[in-house]
Write a protein that binds this ligand. Structure first.
Ligand code: ADE
Ligand code: ZN
Length: 337
């Protein structure tokens, strides 16, 4: 059980969010509003019916509903409105900086122009008081050829995203399937990340590092099954973007009390806390911190370390990181008196 002071500090501390799929921030109310605005038919009669469908057994059962929800996004303004809504929630949770995934193939496959996807999301980032950058994520259930074509379509907009990621159905779609397209993205100077070790085995974390040359691992919680890999991640201080509510909703862990976040911290890993798909998994950044601190024996020092890790692992210039880290440290110093 957490005390009220810790609960308040978790809410108020400055945060960075490094693992949020913007399509996963679409709340049921906004799905229905956009469906009406765009004349898109939904398989659910009401917001309540849609929300009731959010009972997932695994990653794939979530992804099926997530891609269906994204079908209401057609116009540049839709992408703007979705992103603005997320950034308002992030600001309310004292998120100072967010690195936001978007899945262009989910939209271009439906005929939405790449320019509308990127410009809508990017314009909302520019209009927000939260510092926000974008990571284009390839869908790993599609081919590497499709990823190459997506990269080509996005390159005219390369000034609007800073990195490349890899998401969607993990098992059976190992990182090495995307070796050539990630090599190209590396030549182009993008930051690289990949989902690995969420449902997939520790070997996928290894190939994400050794074949794709990613700088961070998204999720990565299954690394603890491999002691040598865990030691390597600790030695290299490779960041893991862990998403506690996602992991319990998708049954990576059956309950939050079984989550391995404290084990990851105790192994010396650079762990961060993130929301993944907050509209689907029961909450944004503050809800994730509250849930995991409620369930595990975590205290003030863990809170400070997790807040610092978010900024340490961010793709930001060193002097900007330093400023955020000073803000975190000043926040906790003030709390201690
Ligand atoms: N796309 C959106 N959320 C995801 C997750 N948790 N894992 C893989 N792909 C995703
Ligand atoms: Zn994710």
């Amino acid at each position: 059980m957490m005390n009220d002071q810790l609960r308040a500090l978790l809410r108020q501390m400055p945060k960075a969010e490094l693992h949020i799929h913007i399509e996963g921030s679409l709340e049921p109310e906004l799905i229905f509003a956009l469906a009406a605005r765009n004349g898109v038919a939904l398989a659910y009669a009401s917001v309540e019916q849609l929300r009731a469908a959010y009972a997932f057994e695994d990653l794939q059962s979530f992804l099926d509903i997530y891609y269906a929800g994204a079908s209401v996004l057609l116009k540049e303004q839709d992408f703007y409105d979705m992103t603005s809504a997320y950034l308002a929630r992030a600001a309310a949770d004292n998120v100072r900086h967010a690195e936001i995934f978007f899945d262009p193939q989910t939209h271009t496959a439906r005929g939405v122009p790449m320019a509308d996807v990127i410009n809508g999301i990017h314009r909302a980032c520019q209009d927000s008081p939260v510092s926000a950058t974008l990571i284009l994520s390839f869908l790993r259930h599609l081919s590497e050829e499709d990823a190459f074509a997506t990269l080509e379509q996005a390159l005219p907009h390369r000034d609007k995203f800073i990195g490349i990621g890899l998401d969607s159905s993990e098992v059976g779609n190992p990182p090495e399937k995307f070796a050539r397209v990630f090599a190209r993205c590396r030549e182009l100077g993008f930051h690289l990340v990949a989902h690995a070790g969420e449902e997939g085995p520790p070997a996928y974390i290894e190939t994400a590092l050794d074949v794709l040359h990613v700088e961070r691992i998204d999720h990565g919680v299954r690394c603890l099954e491999d002691a040598a890999l865990t030691q390597r991640l600790a030695r290299q201080q490779t960041a893991l973007t862990v998403c506690p509510l996602s992991n319990t909703k998708l049954r990576v862990f059956d309950t939050m009390a079984e989550h391995n976040l404290l084990g990851l911290l105790d192994a010396g890993l650079l762990v961060t806390v993130n929301s993944d798909d907050p509209a689907y998994f029961g909450g944004y950044m503050n809800a994730n911190f509250a849930a995991v601190f409620e369930a595990l024996p975590l205290g003030l020092a863990h809170a400070q370390r997790l807040a610092r890790n978010g900024f340490i692992a961010a793709f930001l210039p060193d002097e900007v990181k330093r400023r955020y880290l000073d803000e975190v440290d000043a926040f906790f110093a003030a709390a201690a008196v």
